[in-house]
Every structure is written in C-alpha cells, then in structure tokens.
Unconditional design. Structure first.
Length: 304
C-alpha cells in the first residue's frame, strides 16, 4: 500500500514515521526542501509518478479544502485522510466525493474511547464534563510556538480547532448537538493571534448537560472526561490511561501513538465505520462556528 502525505510539518512527519513502521510505502509532497527519501515539489507529478493508494493532508488547517479541490482537479479519486479539523469553517459544498474523505480524529481509536463506547450506556448520562489542557509552548519542542499555525487564527489555529477532538467525541458519544453557549478567546499572555481558552456548555440528543473546557494554558497536561448517571460516575483519564467506574479502575497499556497505530490498522483492513466521516467532521466545524458566534452574540446558538 502506498501513501502520499501532503505537508511535512510535525504532523506530516509523525504520519510518515508511523506508517513506514507498519510497512506502508510513503512519499511526501512539500513546497519546502525537505530531507525525505521520496519527496516531490509538484503535486500532480507526485500522484502520476508515485501512484498513491491514499493521501493524507497534513498542511495548515486553512489550506485543507484547497488541497482537496486541487486533488479533484488533477484527477485523484482515492481515499483522502484529512488532518483535523476538516477545515477552518463549516463547508457548504465541496467538489470531491465526500464519501471518500475521512477526518483524522485519531482519539476515536484510543483504547479508552473504544472501552467507553462498548461499556457505557450514553443514553443514561445525566451530566458530563470534558477537560483538555496543554501548555502551547510545550507542544513542539524544536520550534517557537509563536511561529506555528496554532498561533494564528487566520491559518486555522486556535485552541477551539486544535483541540477539537473533544467536540468530535462529545458528538460521537452523545449524539448531535441541539444548542450551545460558550465563552472564550485570547485571555493569557501567550504571544499568539488566536484563542487560547474556551468554556462551552452543550445540549445534545443523549445528554442535556455537557460542559467542555479546552485551553493552551495547562502546565499540567490533562485530558479527562467525567460522566454521571443515576447509578455511577465514570472518570476517563487519557493522560494516565485509566478509566474508573465508581471505585473500580481499568488501566490500559498504551502510549501517545497507540491511537494512530489503531487508526492505520483499521484503515488498512478497510474498517471505516469508526472513522470520522466528512459529514461528521463538517458538523464539528458547524459546532466550532456556533461556539464562536455564541461568544460574539452572548447567547445560545441553535443547531438549525
């Protein structure tokens, strides 16, 4: 199997290294001069010469849709995996066959996520709280955080999009959103031109009280979800790889890359059901835009 990766920043490098370890033949298209064994600076030539079975788009968020449209125009018709989020804003239409577009929300393939989907009845959830916080300057140790796309809302950065895994999993666990109210923006002293913290309150089809905080501020990296029912409290801790249900805990032997490996294996075996589809990824963008509108208008936004 052959994969062409479009973009060779930190995420593109991660994909190339992990796919190569799984025996996938990898090539990279980049406008920059890069140190990679099989690389191209012309996308059309890369597709004609390398003949990839699938493509991963790992460019800046704001360019994702342009790359998809470019692939359509030059005749590629295979499956495209697009790094999250699908784009900067909700997409009204797209030229590519959206049935062949999958969004890389790899947290769906984390062992904890799989456990929760199999062992929790989300119809019974009364309230839930999601929290994810990571200090932005710690993210990319070999580069300045101010120079990353995360630091620029114009490039599609900002915590609401960067950490949209949680928005995807909220919808994945508890159904489509009905309404949302939020507060967020750039509150810290981080030298960025994007949002660094959001607090969000949602009503979904399965749970009428869902809260989320996502931030670039937390010096203690945290990713925890709490679900309350009439009979139990479930705490999922993705940093310590543990789920606690009341007083009983289950631990998972996994690391940062496990969800990616599981995702690739599902793709190779053509098990696409667990993937985030184009429509689901676009719905996350609709929710992102609603959160932003809620901040601007200071009111609940309905999912119309």
């Amino acid at each position: 199997m052959r994969c062409l990766i479009v973009g060779y920043g930190s995420i593109g490098q991660r994909h190339s290294g992990l796919l190569s370890k799984l025996g996938i033949s990898v090539a990279v298209y980049s406008r920059r001069v890069i140190n990679f064994s099989t690389s191209y600076d012309n996308l059309e030539y890369a597709i004609d010469h390398f003949n990839p079975d699938f493509i991963i788009i790992a460019t800046e968020t704001v360019t994702h849709v342009d790359v998809i449209n470019k692939l359509h125009s030059i005749g590629f018709s295979g499956i495209i995996l697009v790094e999250k989020p699908l784009g900067k804003d909700y997409l009204e239409s797209i030229t590519y066959d959206k049935r062949k577009i999958l969004v890389v929300y790899n947290m769906r393939f984390h062992p904890i996520t799989t456990f929760l989907k199999s062992n929790v009845n989300f119809d019974d959830i009364i309230s839930s709280n999601f929290y994810v916080g990571q200090y932005l300057p710690f993210w990319r140790v070999n580069s300045h955080y101010q120079e990353s796309y995360s630091a620029s809302s114009l490039m599609g950065g900002g915590v609401l999009r960067d950490l949209s895994h949680e928005l995807d999993l909220i919808l994945h666990f508890m159904g489509d959103w009905i309404d949302v109210i939020s507060k967020g923006g750039h509150f810290s002293k981080l030298n960025i031109a994007s949002d660094d913290v959001y607090q969000i309150l949602l009503n979904t089809h399965k749970c009428s009280l869902v809260s989320l905080e996502c931030n670039y501020l937390d010096y203690i990296s945290q990713r925890k979800y709490i679900f309350n029912t009439n009979k139990s409290t479930i705490l999922a801790d993705f940093i310590n790889n543990k789920v606690t249900i009341n007083n009983e805990s289950v631990s998972f032997d996994c690391d940062y890359y496990t969800s990616y490996i599981n995702m690739y294996k599902a793709f190779i075996s053509k098990s696409f059901d667990q993937f985030c589809s184009f429509d689901e990824g676009n719905n996350v963008l609709k929710l992102v835009n609603a959160c932003e509108d809620s901040v601007i208008h200071k009111k609940f936004i309905l999912n119309l």
